[in-house]
Write a protein that binds this ligand. Structure first.
Ligand code: SF4
Length: 417
């Protein structure tokens, strides 16, 4: 907490905290942004996993249908002032378990296609229970090109500790392989109690052997509002596991594409979080534009109510100062291990070197960054520091924000110091 506050003060050169307020605008300015992504949140699951912090509830068909209608309406409200189709990078469906609304996904895609040209494909998060020939064929038929599968671990004991059951994951991944999706991302968790480096190495090996083109590894984080019976391993153990993970992936010929993701060479990336700007639709979805960050309400019923009144379901808005936006940009670019000076200039409107000359000079001297052709690259040493920071940030900011948003549909204000 202290560390994130200190960093915020240094990098923004101000004591001003991040202030999210309950007032919102009905019009979003995104027409001039040239690398915009799309995200749609599907908040339904068959059952609820104890470790999961995301916005979701148990599936209910009647509610899901009302939710779909509200989603279509939200898309129309956001795009009502667009004159021509806007080119966007990609579309990701996350959740929750998007495949529970497989019958409605094509309608949602069609609606988005009427306003946007999606250049780099459509991705969907897939629960292992939904991996079967029929679902995979249907996903392909509606235009899905990328899958992210929440395996978490192939080890039965680790799965038990996070309230999951093993269900022939290797065969399921091999089945996906037959369907030739261009990207198959496998989510794995590290730092689960009882997990050791051998188990983790075996998980990585198995994922790539069975067809993953990418693995996304997440440290087990104990959110205050999650219902975890078992607690995560210590910071030191997690750091050692991340080192083992990095070593194993390199040994298998995979490249590190962000602090927590590794991809096979010459494959596209599944990256729903590392985009410069994006529009989010659905409950809890966030939108990041040039100088504004906004979050939708976490309440499904309030989302449906608000949209039915032709008003955006925004619950909180942060109007960035230039330096706050610069910090946000740096944070997510650093997660992707590259900070591009030209992109920084495009989004922030000021040269990176002018704003952070001193910090980047020191970081280079300390061996945290290297620079080539206008791009700063994070070294492995910097990636470990980031891994630690990201967990601090999650505890200080995301945990607080999600905890309040889960209890209050439209909070008046949230201050993140
Ligand atoms: S981990 Fe996945 S399946 Fe489990 S509750 Fe969270 S979103 Fe649903």
């Amino acid at each position: 907490m202290l560390l994130t506050s200190l960093l915020r003060i240094i990098l923004t050169r101000s004591l001003k905290p991040f202030v999210f307020n309950g007032k919102h605008k009905e019009a979003l300015e995104f027409e001039d942004l040239d690398s915009l992504g799309l995200y749609v949140h599907i908040p339904f699951c068959r059952s609820i996993c104890s470790f999961c912090p995301y916005c979701k509830e148990e599936y209910n068909k009647a509610l899901a249908l009302k939710y779909k209608a509200a989603l279509l309406k939200e898309i129309e409200l956001v795009c009502k002032d667009t004159n021509k189709k806007k080119s966007v990078t990609s579309l990701y469906f996350g959740g929750g378990t998007p495949s529970l609304m497989i019958e409605q996904l094509s309608e949602i895609i069609e609606k988005l296609n009427s306003f946007f040209d999606i250049r780099d494909g459509i991705g969907v998060e897939l629960h292992p229970d939904d991996i079967n020939d029929e679902t995979l064929s249907r996903l392909k038929n509606i235009g899905i090109t990328m899958l992210s599968v929440g395996i978490q671990s192939f080890n039965k004991e680790c799965l038990r500790k996070i309230g999951r059951e093993y269900a022939g994951f290797e065969e399921k991944l091999l089945l996906i392989k037959k369907h030739n999706f261009s990207v198959v991302d496998v989510d794995l968790i590290f730092g689960i109690p009882g997990q050791n480096q051998e188990i983790l190495r075996n998980d990585i090996d198995t994922a790539f052997r069975c067809g993953a083109t990418q693995i996304s590894t997440y440290p087990f984080i104990d959110f205050t509002f999650a219902n975890n019976e078992y607690k995560p391993l210590s910071h030191k153990q997690k750091k050692e596991m991340l080192a083992a993970l990095n070593e194993k992936c390199l040994e298998l010929g995979a490249q590190r594409t962000s602090v927590w993701t590794f991809s096979k060479k010459d494959t596209a990336k599944y990256s729903s979080v590392t985009r410069d700007t994006f529009l989010g639709f659905g409950v809890s979805a966030t939108t990041l534009l040039k100088d504004v960050f906004k979050i939708n309400t976490f309440s499904i019923n309030e989302y449906i109510n608000r949209v039915s009144k032709s008003s955006l379901p925004t619950s909180l808005t942060l109007d960035f100062t230039v330096r706050q936006r610069a910090v946000y940009y740096l944070f997510w670019s650093a997660y992707g291990l590259q900070i591009n000076e030209a992109n920084f200039m495009k989004i922030i409107g000021r040269p990176l070197k002018k704003i952070y000359r001193f910090e980047f000079f020191i970081a280079e001297k300390l061996g945290l960054l290297t620079r080539k052709d206008g791009i700063y690259y994070l070294t492995d040493k910097a990636a470990y520091i980031y891994h630690y920071l990201e967990q601090e940030y999650t505890t200080a900011y995301i945990d607080k924000m999600w905890n309040i948003s889960r209890k209050t549909a439209f909070p008046q204000k949230i201050v993140l110091k």
